[in-house]
Design a protein around this ligand. Structure first.
Ligand code: ADP
Ligand code: ADP
Ligand code: MG
Ligand code: MG
Length: 538
C-alpha cells in the first residue's frame, strides 16, 4: 500500500515514507528479534515542555520509559544488552550523554505519569487525600485548586471515574519533587476545561525551571503546553524514528502538512485543511429531524434540552463538561432512552455509536464486519471506511483482544457503514491517536456529504470539533446534578459561549488556519475577551 513513490509499507494509512533516514542503522532500542525498534531520542531541557506527537505504536511510551529509567536502552543488542558505560558513550556529544550518566548513577529524580491511568486503582489504595497529602508538597492546595479536584478528596480511589483518575494522577505527579517530569497522554478522559487545567499545571512545572516531556494527541492541548515538539514517524509496531526538534507552532503545522522538510520524509499524502466556514444560515435547507424542548431526570441528575432542528447535510457537534448529560441526550436522540417530557419528531434511520464500547463479540474483526457492516468488501467500503480507519491491519484480531483505539476505530467504522439519515457519535476520538483523529474527522465529513445525511458528534477535542462542525450545541450546568443543552447554533456562537465559561480564547494559525489557544493575558486574549470574541477574530 504505497503511493507509487516507494515500495515500503505505509506507516499510516495512505502514507509513504519516501526515504529511509540514516539513523535506521543504529537503533536506541530493539525489543527483540523482529520486534519494534526505536531510532533516535528526543531532547529534554530545563524550563521547557517538549511534546511528542505521532501515531500509536510508534514508540512514544517506549521513549518515556527509557528516559525515566524504567527501560535500559539496549542499542539494538537485545541478546547481549550493553552496560551503562557503553550506553553513555553511545550518546557522546549529545546532551543525552550527561542525562544517562546521571540517570545511571541515580542522580536525577524523575516522575512519570503513566498512560493507563485506569490501572492505578490496582496499585494505589485508599482515598484521594491519602495519596495527595502524603506527598507533603508546599503546592498541594494550589495544584488541587488548579485541577478542580477539591470536591473528590474524600473519595476512594477505586470509585473514581476515568477523568477523575486522570486529574488525580496529574496532581500526584506534579506534586512530587523532581528534575524531570514525564506525562504520557495526560488528557485522555478529560473534558475541555479539565484539559486546559492539566495544561496549566504541566506548564507551571516548566515555568518553575523543570524539564517536562509530554505525549499528547489533542493538538490544541499539545500546542498550549509545549515549547517544542518532536514528531515520530515510521511504521507503527515495526519501527519509529524521532524527528528533529521543532518549535511548537512549526512542529504542529508540519504534522498537519504531513511532510518533514529537513528530514525529507513525507508521512501523509495530503495536508489536512482547516477551512473557516461561512456561518450556516439556519433557516435554510431541508429539515431532517426536530425535537421539542425535553426533560429527563435520573434520581440524582436532571437534564433540560432546548428545542432543536437538524438539517440535511450538516454535522452538529456537542460539547461541555463531563457529567452534564451529553450521553443522555445522545441516547434520547438514538431512541435508547425516553425523555420524561417532550419528544424527538423524526421518521428517520439513525446509526448510533455509544460512548462506552463493548468488546463482547466471539469472533474476529473480519467476521464482525462481514456480519454488521453493509457493503463490506466493496470498493466504496474500502476507500471510505476501511482505509481511513486502517481496519486492514486488525482484520484477523479477535474483537475481545482489541486495544481501546482499535475498538473505537471499529465501532466508528461500523456505525458509519450503515445507511442512515443521522449518525450519532458519542466521543469518537477517545483513545485515537493524533493521526486517527484527523482521518476520522475527514471520513465523517465525507460520508455525511456523500449520503445526504447528517451527524451529531459529541467530543472534547477542539481541533477535531473545529474540523467537523457546521453547527454546535453547548451543554452547561452543574456536572453530576443538572445539565442544560442549548439549541444548535453557528459554531462560533456556540464556541464563544462555551469558551467564555472556560475563560480561554482561541486564535487561528495564519498558515494552517487551525485553532490555537491564546496565552492567558496576552494582548489578543485581553482584546478578544473585551470584544466577546472568544473563538477567534473575524
Ligand atoms: P506508543 O506509545 O507510541 O503507542 P509504544 O512505545 O507503547 O508506542 O510501543 C511501540 C511498539 O513497541 C509497539 O508496537 C509495542 O507493541 C511494542 N512494545 C512495547 N513494549 C514492548 C515490550 N515490552 N516487548 C515487545 N514489544 C513492545
Ligand atoms: P456526559 O455524557 O455529559 O458525561 P451523562 O449523560 O453520561 O453525562 O451523565 C449525566 C449524569 O447523569 C451523570 O451524573 C450520570 O451519573 C447520570 N446518569 C446517567 N445515566 C444514568 C442512569 N441510567 N441512571 C442514573 N443516573 C444516570
Ligand atoms: Mg503510548
Ligand atoms: Mg458522555
Amino acid at each position: 500500500s504505497g503511493c507509487g513513490i516507494c515500495t515500503k509499507r505505509c506507516p499510516f494509512n495512505a502514507v509513504s515514507v519516501i526515504n529511509l533516514p540514516e539513523a535506521l542503522e543504529n537503533p536506541v532500542h530493539r525489543y527483540g528479534q523482529n520486534l519494534f525498534e526505536l531510532f533516535g531520542l528526543p531532547s529534554v531541557s530545563e524550563g521547557d515542555v517538549v511534546g511528542l506527537m505521532g501515531p500509536n505504536g510508534i514508540g512514544k511510551s517506549t521513549i518515556i520509559r527509557i528516559l525515566s529509567g524504567e527501560l535500559k536502552p539496549n542499542l539494538g543488542n537485545f541478546q547481549d544488552p550493553p552496560e551503562w558505560d557503553e550506553i553513555i558513550s553511545y550518546f557522546r556529544g549529545s546532551e543525552l550523554q550527561n542525562y544517562f550518566r546521571n540517570l545511571s548513577e541515580g542522580n536525577v529524580k524523575v516522575v512519570h505519569k503513566p498512560q493507563m491511568v485506569d490501572r492505578i486503582p490496582r496499585y494505589v489504595k485508599g482515598r484521594v487525600e491519602d495519596l495527595l497529602l502524603s506527598i507533603g508538597s508546599e503546592r498541594t492546595d494550589e495544584v488541587i485548586e488548579a485541577l478542580e479536584i477539591g470536591g473528590i478528596m474524600k473519595r476512594d480511589i477505586s470509585n473514581l471515574s476515568g477523568g477523575e483518575l486522570q486529574s488525580v494522577a496529574i496532581a500526584a505527579a506534579a506534586l512530587r519533587e523532581a528534575d524531570f517530569y514525564y506525562f504520557d497522554e495526560p488528557t485522555s478522559w478529560l473534558d475541555v476545561r479539565q484539559r486546559l487545567n492539566a495544561v496549566r499545571v504541566i506548564r507551571s512545572l516548566a515555568d518553575a525551571g523543570k524539564a517536562v516531556m509530554v505525549i499528547e494527541h489533542d493538538m490544541a492541548a499539545l500546542d498550549a503546553m509545549s515549547d517544542y515538539v518532536h514528531i515520530l514517524y515510521g511504521k507503527p509496531g515495526g519501527y519509529g524514528v524521532v524527528s528533529n526538534r521543532r518549535g511548537v507552532r512549526v512542529g504542529i503545522n508540519t504534522y498537519i502538512k504531513g511532510f518533514l522538510r529537513e528530514e525529507n520524509v513525507r508521512f501523509r499524502r495530503e495536508a489536512i485543511e482547516f477551512k473557516v466556514k461561512p456561518p450556516r444560515v439556519s433557516d435554510e435547507g431541508d429539515v431532517l429531524a426536530e425535537y421539542s424542548s425535553m426533560k429527563k431526570s435520573y434520581p440524582e441528575f436532571s437534564l433540560e434540552v432546548d428545542e432543536g432542528t437538524i438539517y440535511f447535510n450538516e454535522i452538529i457537534t456537542a460539547f461541555g463538561p463531563n457529567g452534564i448529560g451529553k450521553t443522555t441526550f445522545a441516547k434520547i436522540l438514538a431512541g435508547v432512552e425516553k425523555p420524561d417530557t417532550g419528544k424527538v419528531k423524526k421518521n428517520i434511520k439513525i446509526s448510533y455509536k455509544p460512548q462506552y464500547l463493548s468488546s463482547d463479540y466471539p469472533g474476529t474483526v473480519d467476521e464482525l464486519l462481514y456480519e454488521k457492516a453493509p457493503g463490506y468488501g466493496s470498493n466504496i467500503f474500502k476507500s471510505e471506511i476501511m482505509k481511513p480507519f486502517n481496519l486492514e491491519e486488525i482484520l484477523d484480531k479477535k474483537v475481545e483482544e482489541l486495544s481501546g483505539g482499535e475498538l473505537q476505530r471499529l465501532a466508528v467504522a461500523v456505525t458509519l457503514s450503515q445507511e442512515a439519515d443521522l449518525y450519532v457519535l458519542d466521543e469518537p476520538t477517545a483513545f485515537l491517536d493524533v493521526e486517527q483523529r484527523l482521518m476520522a474527522a475527514k471520513a465523517i465529513r465525507r460520508i455525511v456529504e456523500g449520503r445526504n445525511s447528517s451527524a451529531m458528534v459529541i467530543d472534547h477535542d477542539i481541533i477535531f470539533i473545529d474540523y467537523v462542525s457546521d453547527r454546535a450545541m453547548v451543554f452547561s450546568g452543574k456536572p453530576g446534578f443538572n445539565g442544560h443543552a442549548g439549541s444548535p447554533t453557528e459554531l462560533r456562537e456556540a464556541m464563544n459561549r462555551f469558551l467564555m465559561e472556560v475563560g480561554i480564547t482561541f486564535r487561528r494559525d495564519k498558515e494552517t488556519r487551525r485553532p490555537r489557544v491564546n496565552k492567558i493575558n496576552s494582548f489578543l486574549d485581553r482584546k478578544q475577551k473585551e470584544l466577546g470574541e472568544y473563538y477567534y477574530l473575524k
